[in-house]
Ligand binder design. Structure first.
Ligand code: UDP
Length: 380
């Protein structure tokens, strides 16, 4: 089966990193068509995944755009649509990995007579999207997709609640290659030295910098933690959240935490950094559709605390393979940090348990098999 994957982003967010793992086994039988040039294209090339930027101009629809903006942007889409239709004729299936990819993919699927798969990496709720975008996504998925792959039960439930047809949906979690999350001890030590983390209790936050990812909650919690606790913030503002970045820097300065908070920007050595941490904190204030960072921390054998909402609740069982806290509540986070500092044996057992479960549950080979079966059942 030959697959045309479509993704709007030039930057590697969670959906894009997941796509790398899905597209890789198809080799030359797949093409990833992007709507924007950027670092994601380079990453795909590094993985020897065929990639082409199909758009001549970037598309300007935002998650919160209204009907008029959406209609205006539709006009900009015509050359891109023509290119996608022409390309799709050489492939058996169109696989839309993002919402704008769904818009183009749906129209192309109709014109080029190719079936459409929509991989849903979002919680389609008013918290995350405008009413217009919600309506467009659900209507197109219902009308054109033969299969909607939801990345969690939470994403599936939100899709159905927004009017999505339940019979289209299948839940498939993100897959990970466990061996990628076992960095050499020497690499981790070197990193600890470079970042001056030795002797500290390091809490890592791995996420793009965006208000709903809640980095500010962790910084607030840090004010009530003992002085040996240090925070590393790994990630950058991928989608123009510069105001939030500024606010975070201000918060750190106002609270006098400059020596205890390190902004590391976007990094590609996530397994090394996570292994160098004593705890990974996930602090999203809105429900997380899946939460790749939670599974990655587990695979590294680092204890993880996650905000109790959305997909995170499907990944973490409190006290068994990690910790859950109420979203937006720094006080509960402080308590978990204290627990990890004091109850080291229990915490280590929890992390070990999490690692063993995650290796099985999210094994990329099994997950890719699951996706391949869903596709061949329909079009094999
Ligand atoms: N990530 C990364 N470099 C960074 C920060 C994050 O490669 O500096 C990765 C992280 O390891 C994870 C992904 O970005 O695989 C984020 O996925 P997640 O599901 O946690 O959030 P999303 O970006 O999809 O909202």
């Amino acid at each position: 089966m030959k697959i045309l994957f479509l993704d709007q982003s030039g930057k590697p967010g969670g959906a894009e990193l997941c796509l790398i793992d899905i597209a890789k086994p198809y080799g030359d039988r797949a093409l990833v068509g992007l709507f924007t040039d950027g670092p994601f294209k380079k990453l795909l090339q590094q993985h020897q995944i065929p990639v082409e930027v199909l758009a001549t101009k970037p598309i300007s629809v935002r998650k919160q755009s209204n009907l008029l903006q959406a209609a205006t942007s539709l006009g900009q889409l015509t050359p891109l649509l023509a290119k996608v239709v022409q390309t799709a004729k050489k492939y058996d299936v169109i696989y839309a990995n993002t919402q704008k990819a769904l818009v183009i993919g749906a129209l192309a699927s109709f014109i080029a007579h190719r079936p459409l798969v929509y991989h849903l990496h979002d919680i389609l709720s008013p918290e995350h999207f405008s009413q217009t975008n919600l309506r467009v996504a659900v209507t197109l998925a219902n009308g054109f997709a033969s299969l909607v792959i939801a990345n969690s039960q939470a994403s599936q439930t939100a899709f159905v609640a927004a009017g999505g047809r339940p019979e289209l949906t299948e839940i498939v979690y993100n897959g990970f290659a466990p061996e990628n999350y076992q960095p050499a001890e020497s690499e981790v030590k070197k990193l600890q030295q470079q970042l001056e983390l030795e002797g500290k209790f390091v809490v890592g936050h791995f996420s793009r910098l965006a208000p709903w990812k809640g980095q500010h909650i962790l910084i607030e919690a840090l004010t009530q933690c003992p002085p040996e606790v240090t925070v590393i913030l790994v990630g950058d503002a991928l989608f123009g959240e510069q105001d939030y970045v500024q606010k975070l820097h201000q918060q750190v300065a106002t609270m006098g935490l400059e020596h205890r908070v390190k902004f590391l920007g976007f990094r590609t050595d996530i397994p090394q950094l996570m292994t160098a941490c004593d705890l990974v904190a996930h602090t999203s204030t809105s429900p997380e559709p899946f939460g790749r960072v939670i599974v990655e921390a587990m695979l590294c054998g680092t204890p993880v605390v996650a905000a109790k909402a959305g997909g995170a609740m499907e990944l973490v069982e409190h006290g068994s393979n990690g910790f859950l806290v109420t979203p937006g509540e720094p006080q509960e986070l402080v308590q978990i940090i204290h627990t990890c500092l004091q109850e080291t044996e229990i915490t280590a057992t929890i992390a070990k348990n999490a690692q063993a479960i995650a290796r099985q549950r999210f094994d990329v080979t099994a997950i890719n098999q699951q996706i391949a079966s869903l596709l061949t059942q329909r079009w094999g």
